[in-house]
Design a protein around this ligand. Structure first.
Ligand code: DX5
Ligand code: ZN
Length: 221
């Protein structure tokens, strides 16, 4: 079955000095979602942005904002990111001790709730929560940095998850994050993906419109 894949540029690779212009240019290029990588220097070896920056971004775009929380103790910060205007919040299964509570806290605030899995985290960790989530984010690199190489064994993981979601009749979307480029996007999408996160390849392309045109062509070929 061919599905329409949404494209979510990760602003991690944007020029932060010109962030508003970068976001406007991404919007003009026809992207679907903005992917916001939130890192705390504990869960991952890097630090990025917090709620204040998310709030500032919210003011300059109508694009849906997907917050990818790569932070320990995510419960402490959910309220702030929701107030800041995130439309999706994804927590890592490795970081959320009371995952069911966390997911339902997010959903009760009427935004979409997702779970992310590191590359080495097995799919069975989703067994008792998959039907509750709007989104599963499969990390296809080890989180922390943009510009890494797609871990090819993640293709099987994505295919297995797709089969599981379809077999059970669940609604969860599948998002893939890390190492997605023009030349591998189609094979990754075909594994059954709903949202492709693209960081360095998008913002490093120099011409976002041209990049999106090429990407859409590659995805439909
Ligand atoms: C990595 C982040 C990704 C990253 C993707 O921890 O979660 O969203 O920005 O960047 P690329 O597309 O360059 O791998
Ligand atoms: Zn991410």
């Amino acid at each position: 079955m061919s599905r329409i894949v949404k494209i979510a540029p990760s602003i991690l690779s944007a020029d932060f000095v010109r962030l508003a212009e970068e976001i406007k240019a991404a919007e003009d290029a026809g992207v679907d979602i903005l992917h916001l990588d939130i890192m705390d220097g504990h869960f991952v070896p890097n630090i990025t942005i917090g709620p204040a920056v998310v709030e500032a971004i919210r003011k300059i775009t109508n694009l849906p904002l997907g917050g990818h929380l790569m932070i320990c103790e995510p419960d402490k910060f959910l309220k702030d990111f929701i107030s800041a205007g995130a439309d999706f919040l994804t927590v890592h299964v490795e970081a959320a001790i009371h995952l069911h509570r966390t997911i339902h806290y997010i959903k009760e605030r009427e935004i979409k709730a997702g779970i992310s899995l590191n590359p080495a985290t097995p799919l069975w960790t989703l067994d008792n929560i998959l039907n509750d989530v709007d989104l599963v984010l499969i990390m296809s690199v080890n989180p922390g940095f943009g510009g890494q190489v797609f871990i090819t064994s993640m293709l099987e993981k994505i295919k297995t998850l797709r089969k599981l979601i379809d077999f059970k009749g669940y609604n969860a979307m599948i998002e893939v994050d890390g190492g997605v480029k023009l030349d591998n996007a189609q094979s990754i999408a075909k594994a059954g993906v709903d949202i492709l996160v693209i960081g360095s390849a998008f913002f490093g392309s120099g011409n976002y419109r041209e990049f999106m045109k090429q990407l859409r062509e590659n995805l439909s070929s």
